[in-house]
Design a protein around this ligand. Sequence first.
Ligand code: C2E
Ligand code: MG
Ligand code: MG
Ligand code: MG
Length: 295
Amino acid sequence: GFLSKSKLLTGLTTFLGSLKKAPKAPTSAELAKAIREQQLFLAYQPQISLQQDTQQGQVIGVEALVRWQDPQRGVLYPDSFIPLAEQNDLILPLTWYVIELAMKQQAQWLSQGWDLNISINIPAAFIKAEGVLEAFDQLTQEHQAVLSKITLELTETAGIECLSYASYVLKALRQRGCKLALDDFGTGHSSLTQLYRLPFSELKIDRSFVSLIDQDQEALVITESIIDLGKRLGLTVVAEGIEKNSQYTLLVEAGCAVGQGYSIAHPLTADAFNAWLREYSPFAPMAHQTSILSC
Ligand code: C2E
Ligand code: MG
Ligand code: MG
Ligand code: MG
């Protein structure tokens, strides 16, 4: 015939390929709907003690990481919708929703007899929001949340123009029992000024340093110095993004208090986390590269 079989086949393949092309980026209207219709959920990444004592390997708690279960696109990760939320006045409703989910999860774990800390990422907009303390108190009441087991991780400190007002709000949250972490320390947004002026209790070393400490002497020196700085300021130092056993060992030797990363566990759905924790042994923290689906 006029069209060869192979040409037809190529045409058909191209056509079918175009049908399952990557879906369009989410819009703010879709995100608003997702928040309303409760398509957001939390994944939990375990944090373990790196302390060189009997506590080593113990699970201290989790970091809650938001995900969006989109009916068309599947699971979306924060990098694909947090900026969208920030640009479209959706970051506050999103943050309240995340805090509420975390408080509900805490109540669930407490009822199982699990005493876990939960770290929640909060944006600068949250600190600046009007009535933030009252709204926070109301949620705390409603869910009977145990604030001494909640850490607020401040991410976009770049958005905080007025350090004295931020300091007032953050102190009030600390007075209620919350812990406060400076996230991604060492990257552009988290500076020494903020560390100095705001009432942090924890310092999180960014993954960009941790991922290099086993290959690059300077990254190791910087990481050791951050750990030393944090300890001298009385802060709990947490390393994020531990992907290899060699990095784990170096962090333990450097005296880092807490660690999280893929070599310990990926972020997990609540069900997967429950299963993971039941299997977990603090004496072999890395032996758990489980078949459990990460999220
Ligand atoms: P983050 O707070 O620094 O969270 C750690 C990120 O590193 C998470 O990415 C986590 O999945 C990833 N991670 C953990 N261990 C490893 C590792 O060993 N290797 C590598 N390569 N990555 C690792 P995720 O879940 O995509 O979150 C990205 C960022 O989005 C977070 O960075 C945080 O800044 C932000 N975020 C997450 N959840 C929320 C939220 O509920 N609210 C707000 N405002 N921001 C959130
Ligand atoms: Mg964080
Ligand atoms: Mg971080
Ligand atoms: Mg980070």
